[in-house]
Design a protein around this ligand. Structure first.
Ligand code: DGY
Length: 422
């Protein structure tokens, strides 16, 4: 049985490989997505390291000259997806979207580099270092305001956690009255009850039209745009990636840039405190426009351990949240606290379990010595996949699959982390 599941995981990666880059799943997401591809690289690395490098290289082919790396790379027009390249009107060497996504790339490159002694693979990974550094520089010039220190997202899609209830209150400021008529394509591929609502989508499109209207002027969008939320997920992932970039920089002897990276690290470490909600005693996202915390405990809150963030007291509070939430969920980690009024076990980021977030939370818990919690998450993830397949996400109550099926990053995580052979 485990061999069969391993084979199926490899089959999914091969089927979703469109020639050097992998789509998250056919139909629903027919292009290359930024953070999906980085997790996919970990999956490929279990049986083909060269192909793993290629997945990262193809993403960085779309990097803009200012260091920005887009959340989607469009290599052709696909009528299955909206909004496509003609709506975004962005990109330089390739057509792209105009927003970014959580920067897991430095963490993945550092991991792959340290796990091989093959010089040709190491050389290809080392060649990515300047590109990674340029992307991190871009974050600090366009997404990490000095007085905040945390990473701000300018679109819910930028967070990767599209319809998290954390965005509901800040998103009320988005004016949708002037948006152009549009037809959603996602509902042809997935059950509407598992997807964002029409109100969410109107806001997504209004933000795309706003960004396009500025000519994708990232600084303007980040300082004047209608949606500017310091995101707990983005910040913890960027903080972790910065630690890994620093380690990689040391390994590759890039001594000239190490002080700069250390500066980014210090800034993000301050930003973590900006995200601490002292009333709810949790790390959560915070609207930079009005300073309000979401007050919500999401799966992204638990990324504090992966980031190596939080003082003793904060960590103790987070462990209490963990004990409550893990006791109330059949499968961990629910993307939203099941005790929260917004919890919906089948709707995308309002409750379902995402295996890639599980991987990061579990890895962080293990690194911080919370082995039991780390093991619980890994076991739950393996069970979900074995019993219910390679779904986009899963109900934390029943384990049922939600969203798309034959999902690349779920297959990759099986191979690299939660499968029997991993
Ligand atoms: C979508 O289209 O649902 C994507 O998540 C955007 O990144």
């Amino acid at each position: 049985m485990p061999d069969e599941v391993d084979n199926k995981a490899k089959e999914i990666l091969r089927a979703n490989d469109k020639g050097g880059f992998t789509v998250p799943t056919g139909g629903l997401y027919p292009y290359q997505w930024n953070w999906d591809s980085m997790f996919v690289a970990l999956g490929f690395a279990t049986f083909d390291r060269s192909r793993a490098c290629q997945e990262i290289e193809t993403l960085f082919e779309a990097q803009w000259s200012d260091g920005f790396v887009p959340h989607i790379v469009f290599r052709r027009e696909d009528p299955d997806y909206f909004p496509g390249p003609s709506v975004w009107q962005a990109g330089e060497t390739l057509k792209t979207s105009g927003i970014t996504q959580p920067p897991v790339a430095a963490t993945v490159v550092n991991k792959l580099w340290s796990e091989t002694e093959d010089e040709s693979i190491r050389e290809r990974l080392a060649a990515l270092f300047p590109k990674l550094l340029a992307w991190h520089r871009w974050f600090h010039s366009c997404r990490v305001p000095e007085d905040v220190g945390a990473a701000v997202v300018i679109h819910p899609w930028e967070s990767g956690r599209d319809n998290s209830p954390e965005w509901d209150s800040p998103a009320t400021a988005i004016d949708v009255s002037g948006i152009e008529p549009y037809t959603r394509r996602d509902l042809q591929h997935a059950d509407p009850h598992m997807r964002p609502t029409k109100q969410d989508y109107d806001r997504y499109i209004a933000l795309v039209e706003y960004g396009r209207g500025t000519g994708w002027d990232q600084k303007k969008i980040a300082t004047e745009g209608p949606f500017r939320v310091a995101d707990v997920g983005m910040t913890m992932i960027l903080l972790r990636a910065t630690r890994d970039l620093l380690e990689l920089g040391r390994r590759l002897e890039h001594d000239d840039v190490l002080p700069e990276i250390e500066g980014y690290l210090r800034q993000l470490e301050t930003g973590v405190d900006y995200l601490w909600d002292n009333d709810r005693k949790t790390f959560c996202s915070r609207d930079t426009v009005n300073g309000r915390h979401s007050g919500m405990v999401t799966s992204a809150s638990f990324l504090y351990a992966y980031a190596g963030a939080g003082n003793k007291e904060q960590r103790e509070h987070m462990m209490k949240h963990w004990e409550r939430i893990s006791a109330s969920a059949e499968y961990t980690v629910p993307s939203q606290d099941p005790g929260d009024e917004n919890f919906d076990h089948m709707r995308y980021w309002k409750g379902p379990v995402w295996i890639v977030v599980n991987y990061m939370v579990s890895r962080g818990f293990a690194e911080q010595g919370m082995q039991e919690a780390a093991d619980r998450i890994r076991t739950d993830s393996g069970r979900l996949i074995e019993q219910h397949g390679f779904n986009e996400a899963f109900s934390p109550k029943t384990g049922a699959g939600t969203g798309g099926s034959d999902f690349s990053w779920t297959a990759a995580m099986w191979l690299a982390w939660c499968g029997d052979g991993a």
